[in-house]
Ligand binder design. Structure first.
Ligand code: B3K
Ligand code: ZN
Length: 881
């Protein structure tokens, strides 16, 4: 097999021919679905001058049975078909093309294009799945109106859905029926969708700001009818929020969501017909945790928001992916912050970002927010495109202020409605409305890697001035050895060390207020604050105002001070994390040197104050009590020592539990309630605080803690509490606690795959060394299947990603297991295989022995006949491209 070739941003050209209207007819059959397409095509105006342009359409795994142009069947010599698509050398400048192809949905385990899930038919076309349905100019800058007729067996497929509005339906011979759908909005093929199956719906209505009635439907399999309330309520909240916040109204009369069990991602924003992974839409207090309720709310909002940021205004090419994803993640994060606890939302997002995106940026698959080449675009649905892209949009919002940012957003939506555009078009609107020069800012889109900022401060008592000096550098990333300075907005305050108050910031004679954004643009830059009445402690990068690593040589007492006094909730949390990191670092060193571990009393004191001062926002308090994760600690180390990290963190947790047992107990008791479950911020805060306290208590496994955990598990109030208790029992050192609880849980939930996923994850994230056998055993469990991405993520993904001590076993068996699964998935589902392999690609971060073992597994994978997805990742990991 020849090596797949990369596509480059610099090679972009408009297509030779574009489709203006597309008519499709599907005659559904598990093994042989017939797809008839009539494409209304015309020469692209920008390529009108070129002679004799052939028509080139994409197509994959299609069996062509007929082809005609303007009604005239083509002779065999008049066109060519290969495994990439169809070429017709001679075509008129405007014409219609009729094709008929046969496809096999049943054999489609890649879950791209048209496939079957539990007997229902569904599609996933982003990014390049439509070419598996019919021959097409399958690229986002070709936008057409669609008219789709779906034909299927009436008994087994009573529901037939596609984009837009249903305009006609009827009976057909042979027990079949059909529905025709018209989508009046021009769209690229990646937003096409079709669903057919035995589904039931829950229906509601929404009246838009301008008074139009929109019908809202959530379609599920019958047994899931009781699990849609939260998604529906979330959808209505999101629709209202987008009207009020961004002035965006929904445009069609019907908005549908369908829940599908086999799905590669969380969900997909197809026009008017969002398709969701059932894990991202179904909830019930007894089966879903608070985290799932919040995720569902966020994903429903995200897909809905795409209707404007993605669908009405779409991407010119796939290099612009973050144009829709970064902006839409920013929008969904803001929505969740507004309807829940804003500080908690920010802490959760940043905590995840600094662990997972920083790791991506530091590894072999690092890429800019706008990559300049790819082999397989499916590999670029990454934390960098999504989350870092959102941080970049957030910086724009900081730079412009909300009002100008909103004006820029309005201009963008009105100027480019119905078009496929670029990141320059978006940032250009922001520059135009604000008058800001965003030239240097654009480097955020083209430079990969996490910038590091070193900060130093000096207070001059005699002159009452404070000089803050900042230096920035961005480490080299693959293909980008040299980096240029970025424009970094740093929100900050100077906290009076005596008063604990934010001091007024006066910079170069200008009064900025007590909390301000300063702009770091140079490699090194000094900021001289005057009239600083007392010695301050700097509070820098408030709210994580830029996606950078900020270093400042804080003393522990300064961190304890900020943890207690900082007016910025986010930085209070961050000070606590920094303080815990210093303690953990000491213990890592002690562990490695084989000396006795001693707990830092300052951390104990800081935690004691947190536990005893009544904080209003319980969810924030819970976050403050959570120690940095093993993954985050690993990110801070030049060579990751998984065992020392695990030992040090466990020691800190146990020491805190021993020292503050009564305080944790009091917190547990004060936050235990019998109130009926509601996914409301206040209750969620209480539950998370209570369960964090229980986690500490179980770290020492005394009788009282075990009793509380068992009682909580037995009480079965809601899945949040049950799962927290089951996790603690399972992760304890006592098999006699784990086994009966796991058994009871499995018996109760055997027929609910989403709950069984939790059961898998809880077991494979056990820190005990027997876990590898457990993983292998569970892979044979009847509830597990390699063909279902949720199962794979819950079992294999959780083991490799969250069970660091066991995945990185020194005998290499953890690596081998992952490689075996990846090899099998390479044949079944390349997109999932390429994602799952990521932990192995980070081999350079570990000691020599582990490096050797991980690399050997990557090399073993490379011997296979690899899909382009896996080929690209493996070659990057082995440094070959
Ligand atoms: N736009 C989809 C991504 C699906 C891509 C799969 N290859 C999900 C989202 O971001 O909303
Ligand atoms: Zn998205």
């Amino acid at each position: 097999m020849s090596a797949p070739k990369p596509t480059h941003l610099s090679d972009y050209r408009p297509p030779a021919y574009r489709a203006t209207h597309t008519e499709l007819t599907f005659d559904l059959d598990s093994h042989a679905t017939r797809v008839k397409a009539r494409l209304h095509l015309e020469r692209h105006p920008e390529r009108a001058q070129e002679d004799d342009l052939p028509l080139e359409l994409k197509g994959a795994k299609l069996e062509l049975s007929s082809i005609a142009i303007d009604g005239q069947a083509l002779e065999p010599g008049e066109y060519q078909v290969d495994d990439k698509g169809l070429t017709v050398p001679k075509v008129p400048t405007r014409f219609h093309l009729d094709t008929e192809v046969v496809i096999n949905p049943q054999a489609n385990t890649a879950l791209e294009g048209l496939y079957q899930s539990n007997g229902m038919f569904c599609t996933q076309c982003e990014a390049q799945g439509f070419r598996r349905i019919t021959f097409y100019p399958d690229r986002p800058d070709v936008m057409a109106t669609f008219s789709t007729t779906v034909v299927g067996d009436k008994a087994s497929l009573p529901i037939l859905l596609s984009n837009g509005n249903p305009v006609e339906r009827g009976e057909l011979p042979g027990g079949k029926h059909f529905v025709t759908w018209e989508d009046p909005f021009s769209k690229p093929s990646y937003l096409f969708a079709l669903v057919a199956g035995d589904l039931e719906k829950v229906e509601d209505h929404f009246t838009t700001a301008s008074g139009r009635d929109v019908t809202l439907q959530i379609w599920v399999e019958k047994q899931n009818l009781g699990k849609t309330d939260h998604a529906m309520a979330s959808l209505k909240r999101a629709m209202r929020w987008d009207e009020e916040t961004y002035g965006r109204e929904y445009d069609l009369d019907l908005f549908m969501i369908v829940a599908v069990d086999d799905f590669n991602m969380g969900a997909m924003e197809n026009k008017g017909l969002n398709i969701f992974n059932s894990a991202a839409v179904l909830t019930h207090p007894q089966t879903a945790t608070d985290a799932t309720f919040q995720r569902v709310e966020g994903v429903v909002a995200h897909e809905y928001f795409h209707n404007w940021s993605g669908n009405r205004v779409t991407c010119r090419d796939w290099f612009q992916l973050s144009l829709k994803e970064g902006f839409t993640v920013f929008r969904d994060q803001s929505f969740s912050a507004d309807v829940n606890s804003a500080p908690v939302k920010r802490i959760e997002d940043v905590s995840f970002f600094r662990t997972a995106q920083f790791a991506e940026d530091a590894g072999p698959t690092a890429h800019p927010v706008r990559p300049d080449h790819y082999i397989e675009i499916g590999n670029f649905y990454t934390l960098t495109i999504y989350e870092k892209g959102a941080e970049v949009v957030r910086m724009l919002r900081h730079l412009l202020g909300w009002e100008a940012f909103r004006q820029g957003s309005d201009l963008y939506f009105s100027r480019f409605d119905g078009q496929a555009v670029t990141i320059e078009d978006f940032v250009g609107c922001m520059a135009e409305v604000s008058g800001l020069d965003l030239g240097q800012f654009m480097r955020w889109y083209s430079q990969a890697g996490t910038p590091e900022v070193d900060a130093h401060g000096e207070y001059d008592y005699a002159n009452a001035t404070y000089r803050l000096t900042l230096r920035q550098r961005t480490p080299a990333t693959p293909g980008q050895p040299h980096k240029l300075p970025l424009h970094i907005p740093i929100r900050m305050g100077l906290v009076g060390t005596k008063s604990g108050e934010d001091l007024t910031l006066t910079l170069e004679g200008e009064t900025l207020g007590r909390d301000a954004v300063i702009h770091l643009r140079e490699e090194e830059q000094s900021f001289l604050f005057t009239e600083v009445a007392e010695a301050p402690t700097p509070s820098l990068l408030r709210g994580f105002s830029a996606p950078v690593k900020l270093y400042y040589p804080y003393e522990r007492n300064e961190l304890a001070f900020l943890l207690a006094e900082d007016s910025d909730g986010f930085n209070r949390w961050d000070a606590g994390q920094r303080l815990a990191m210093l303690a953990i670092d000491d213990l890592i060193a002690a562990h490695r040197n084989g000396v006795e571990k001693v707990m830092d009393v300052r951390l104990v004191d800081a935690f004691r104050s947190l536990l005893t001062t009544s904080m209003k926002d319980k969810a924030v308090l819970a976050q403050m009590l959570v120690l940095p994760s093993e993954a985050y600690i690993a990110e801070q180390q030049p060579v990751v020592d998984v065992d020392a990290i695990h030992a040090a963190r466990t020691f800190v947790k146990q020491s805190l539990a021993l020292a503050l047992r009564d305080e944790f107990l009091a917190i547990y008791e004060a936050n235990t309630s019998d109130a009926p479950y509601a996914p409301e911020p206040e209750q969620i805060g209480e539950r998370s605080l209570k369960n964090v306290a229980l986690g500490y208590l179980m770290a020492i496994e005394d009788e009282k803690a075990v009793e509380l955990a068992e009682r909580q598990f037995e009480a079965k109030h809601n899945m949040t509490d049950v799962r927290a208790a089951l996790t603690l029992l399972t992760h304890s050192s006592r098999q006699d606690l784990a086994d009966p609880a796991l058994k009871a849980f499995a018996q109760k939930w055997a027929s609910d795959p989403l709950v069984m996923d939790q059961w898998f994850t809880i077991q494979v994230t056990r820190p005990q060394p027997d876990v590898l056998d457990r993983v292998k055993f569970l892979m044979e469990h009847p509830a597990f299947s390699l063909k279902n991405p949720n199962r794979v993520r819950a079992l294999i993904g959780a083991f490799a990603g969250q069970n660091r001590v066991n995945f990185h076993r020194l005998d290499g068996e953890g690596y081998k297991l992952l490689a075996d699964v990846v090899i099998e998935l390479n044949r079944l589902n390349p997109e999932i295989a390429a994602r799952l392999v990521i932990p192995l690609t980070r081999w350079k971060r570990f000691d020599d022995t582990r490096q050797g073992l991980m690399k050997a597994e990557l090399e073993r994978i490379r011997q296979e006949d690899l899909s382009p997805n896996l080929y690209e990742i493996i070659e990057k990991a082995l440094n070959e491209i």
